[in-house]
Design a protein around this ligand. Structure first.
Ligand SMILES: [Zn+2]
Length: 237
């Protein structure tokens, strides 16, 4: 595992295609996202290797119900007994993964075909807890609803420790801070508004930002988001 900040770990054992994170806090562990289906075993092994028992994982928070973020979820929930939490609006996609449609029409048959392969088959999960925008969690996170990439996408802000787990509200692919990939973002306008919201409402609240895709930004992260917003909207925040 790779430490980003004290208590915040990236489970880099699963490789670089997608990132998921472990947050150590007073009452145990919270996992944020859970990789592809193939990653479940690797994530569980990494947690044990760090010296924890699997039941120390108290909760899994889902930023959004995409295959690369929740593929391993059913297995991890079963192995750890952790409670699964997602945004109220995302519940339907977690329970019915087949309803997720990419924005680009030409990808839709590919999506349908891919689901026939076990490596891309996303087992449905019923969340134990539903969250809403602005909710404060015992882990120290504030839930920030950042829809667009999916309708119930959330980012998690830790105001005290000044970091943001962006999920796919933004990506930092190849070290370039940008809006989520168009082909997989059915509501691009809303995705842009979500970035605006992060900059406008929480622009003084974080220094470090981690992503579903791409390396972390370890300083001046909110300034970088403001810069991106200026580009997208041709206006200062
Ligand atoms: Zn993703």
């Amino acid at each position: 595992m790779k430490q980003i900040l004290p208590g915040l770990w990236e489970i880099d054992e699963i490789g670089d295609a997608v990132h998921c994170y472990l947050w150590e806090w007073q009452q145990g562990l919270t996992l944020i996202d859970s990789g592809f289906p193939k990653d479940a075993r690797t994530i569980l092994d990494a947690i044990v290797k760090r010296g924890y028992a699997l039941h120390n994982v108290r909760r899994v928070i889902v930023t959004h119900a995409d295959l690369d973020h929740t593929g391993g979820l059913a297995q991890i929930k079963k192995a750890t007994g952790a409670r699964v939490a997602c945004h109220t609006v995302e519940k339907v996609l977690l329970e019915h993964p087949g309803q997720r449609k990419p924005a680009a029409w030409f990808l839709r048959p590919l999506f349908a075909l891919a689901r026939l392969w076990p490596a891309y088959r996303q087992a449905p999960v019923t969340p134990d807890e539903l969250m809403v925008d602005g909710q404060e969690l015992p882990e120290g996170f504030t839930v920030v609803h950042t829809p667009g990439h999916t309708p119930g996408h959330i980012s998690l802000l830790h105001k005290e420790k000044r970091f943001l787990i962006a999920g796919d509200a933004l990506s930092n692919r190849n070290g370039k801070l940008q809006a989520p990939v168009r082909a997989f973002t059915p509501d691009e306008k809303n995705a842009q508004r979500s970035i605006w919201k992060l900059a406008k409402k929480y622009g003084d609240d974080f220094e470090v930002m981690v992503f579903g895709h791409g390396p972390p930004i370890t300083q001046n992260a909110s300034k970088r988001v403001k810069g991106l917003v200026s580009q997208i909207f041709s206006a200062d925040v």
